[in-house]
Design a protein around this ligand. Sequence first.
Ligand code: NAD
Ligand code: DAU
Length: 344
Amino acid sequence: MRLLVTGGLGFIGSNFVRHVLKSHPSWTVVNIDVLTYAGNPANLADLARNPRYRWVRGDIRDPRAVAGCMEGADAVVHFAAESHVDRSILDASSFIETNVLGTNVLLDAARRLSVGRFVHVSTDEVYGSVEQGFSTEDDPLAPNSPYAASKAASDLLVRSYVVTHGLPAVITRASNNFGPYQYPEKALPLLITNFMDDLPFPLYGDGLNVRDWVYVLDHVRAVEFVLLKGKTGEAYNVGGTHSCTNKELIERVRGLMGKPASLVTPVPDRPGHDRRYALDCRKLTSLGFKHAHPFEAALAKTIAWYRANPAWWRPLKKAGGYKKYYDKQYAGRLVGRRAGAPKR
Ligand code: NAD
Ligand code: DAU
């Protein structure tokens, strides 16, 4: 199979590319990635000499670049996006441009080039906050953040290309991923790397928001599974194996890392903060998908990975882009203050 992957230098995309090249010795991958702050060639440095892999620095909003990469592809797996909720609160425009307009450029190229399969990687956030029960794929979309709204818009565009143009597309909607190569602005890598440096972790609101955690290697296996077995026009929820409040997650990490509770610093809540996500994943599991990574072991492996790879994350934190949100929301009082040091 000749695959075009978008956003393959990001967190999930890079894990996906590595996984499929290892699992399918005859597959080739072209990866179109423009390299935003979240993209990092180091994520796939191990594939630099692999003849079955090629990175094209290109923008999914650029129809010529997209057509050039997609020519000859059997399938497209679309990860590229602006993906961080907090950034979308500060400025939503790049989210609309990449997640909505960029997805449309890809869909249009896939239709013109008669690509055999298009997998659109989406999120459980499109369902909005679920106070009780579990979201099924047929539930209405009710996004609450600009990020989630841009993803819901792209899901609806995918649907329209299936219905109007007969594009053989499928959608995956995953919960919170964690694992190696996650940019350290997201909660879990921020928590682990701040704890490693005895820096405080900003806990939004009362910390009782519930997230469902999926190890990234299970998510990429699910995307591969849907690529091969999903039914055109369908969406598939991809939940994890462990659901908990943010406070509970922090307690587990604290226990594993042996850090004091004083490092956890409550800060004002994220505006529009969804209280709970919860996915009903029976549609995927009834097709035969099984998770391979129990939460506890995956969490311990993730902490071990960040411990073993400071050369990967330290430059990202030093560059400081990750903390613009905190500087703006919390006037820079939080990130960067060592535990025990007086508050400014
Ligand atoms: P990420 O932010 O780590 O990576 C995004 C990648 O896309 C980067 O490499 C970036 O350079 C690239 N990119 C951004 N804009 C681009 C453009 N215009 N043209 C080409 N490349 C561009 O994201 P991630 O966390 O790996 O998420 C990947 C996908 O999975 C996204 O679509 C996201 O919505 C979805 N998702 C993420 C999670 C999660 O927990 N991280 C959960 C569910 C779904
Ligand atoms: O649910 C899937 C989504 O998960 C993906 O679609 C998004 O791309 C991904 O970023 C993630 O969104 P969240 O907003 O859930 O993830 P984040 O890591 O930003 O936050 C997880 C929880 O932790 C959330 O309830 C907010 C909270 N949080 C986050 C940060 C960054 C804090 O309390 N403090 C923080 O500093």
